[in-house]
Design a protein around this ligand. Structure first.
Ligand SMILES: Cc1cc2nc3c(=O)[nH]c(=O)nc-3n(C[C@H](O)[C@H](O)[C@H](O)COP(=O)(O)OP(=O)(O)OC[C@H]3O[C@@H](n4cnc5c(N)ncnc54)[C@H](O)[C@@H]3O)c2cc1C
Ligand code: FES
Length: 278
């Protein structure tokens, strides 16, 4: 059982939750995640640890309410209990001193990217961050990234904040400026990570992506999160969530991501019909 200590709305559908989890806060490293289940009837969902406070024994989760479980989670009041919280899970990000690194966050992908970007900055890398979203209301954490980035580029599809265009346009501009980019870390929608990987690959820039595949147990036992990487089957929960983007079979992953779309829609509609109850 873990207590939700505070909840704050960051944008139209994105919330920051502070949860009491002293053991997880003490062990967490950037790139790792937790799996939670709100109540006995609920399903388990993975969420990245966006930040932690080891003194207070808390972790912060940044959640985009997209379906039934995430909606139910952000509907909880501060002080509510979450039945199960397992973590930290997954392999930590490999953070090394490289020179100039480019961090690319799409939508809520900015949340898992934040501790990673901070890790690269803290050991002396030059961090250029590109944040992209459909519109300004969906762009999160710009102030936090401005503080740790040597350069911050904001992109929106509709031009309501920063430059109008996709994150790949901003990356192409940096490449055209002949900046020697040692690594790209991209976290966001699968389609964004696929195109970032393709572009960076054209210029021989290593690209790390964090895969948000469907997960069930989070322990490598159920096979739900399997992905094809370098021609082999890997489990995102134990071998990832980060992989070398050039090795990832994005097309199979994109097909699998939509496998339960109809069932997910039905569950969300039923939850909303019940007036937001369990
Ligand atoms: C390792 C890992 C870390 C993650 N970290 C975070 C995080 O920090 N914050 C966060 O908000 N989410 C994160 N996710 C995604 C999160 O687990 C899913 O959004 C969640 O499981 C959706 O559950 P649901 O029951 O609310 O929606 P579902 O009913 O499962 O899905 C509802 C609809 O939303 C779509 N959808 C599902 N996930 C996403 C997504 N990530 N982006 C856009 N559309 C989506 C589905 O295709 C479906 O149509 C992470 C996933 C993984 C694997
Ligand atoms: S979630 Fe079950 S194997 Fe990864």
């Amino acid at each position: 059982m873990a207590r939700l200590q505070a909840i704050k709305r960051l944008s139209e559908s994105v919330y920051r939750l502070t949860v009491a989890a002293p053991e997880i806060a003490a062990k967490h490293q950037p790139g790792q995640f937790i799996v939670l289940r709100i109540d006995a009837a609920g399903e388990r969902i993975p969420l990245t640890i966006a930040d932690k406070n080891t003194d207070a024994g808390t972790i912060d989760l940044i959640v985009q309410a997209v379906g039934k479980t995430t909606r139910q989670l952000v509907d909880l009041p501060a002080g509510a209990d979450i039945l199960d919280l397992a973590g930290p899970l997954g392999l930590p990000t490999q953070i090394t001193k490289l020179g100039t690194v480019v961090m690319i966050g799409g939508g809520v992908g900015a949340a898992p990217l934040y501790p990673i970007a901070r890790g690269f900055q803290q050991i002396g890398n030059k961090v250029i961050t590109i944040l992209g979203a459909r519109n300004k209301d969906l762009l999160i954490l710009p102030a936090e990234f401005a503080e740790l980035s040597d350069e911050l580029i904001l992109m929106t599809d509709d031009g309501s904040l920063g430059e109008k265009g996709l994150v790949t346009h901003a990356l192409q501009k940096l490449i055209d400026q002949k900046i020697e980019i040692k690594k790209v870390v991209a976290i966001g929608p699968l389609i964004m990570m696929k195109f970032v990987t393709e572009l960076a690959g054209k210029y021989g820039i290593p690209t790390v992506v964090s895969l948000n595949s469907l997960m069930i147990d989070g322990t490598g036992m159920c096979g739900g999160c399997r992905v094809r990487v370098g021609g082999e089957t890997k489990f995102t929960c134990v071998h990832g969530p980060e992989f070398d983007g050039q090795q990832v079979d994005f097309d199979t992953l994109l097909k699998r991501a939509n496998i339960y779309k109809h069932e997910e829609q039905c569950r969300l509609e039923a939850y909303l019909k019940r007036g937001g109850h369990g």
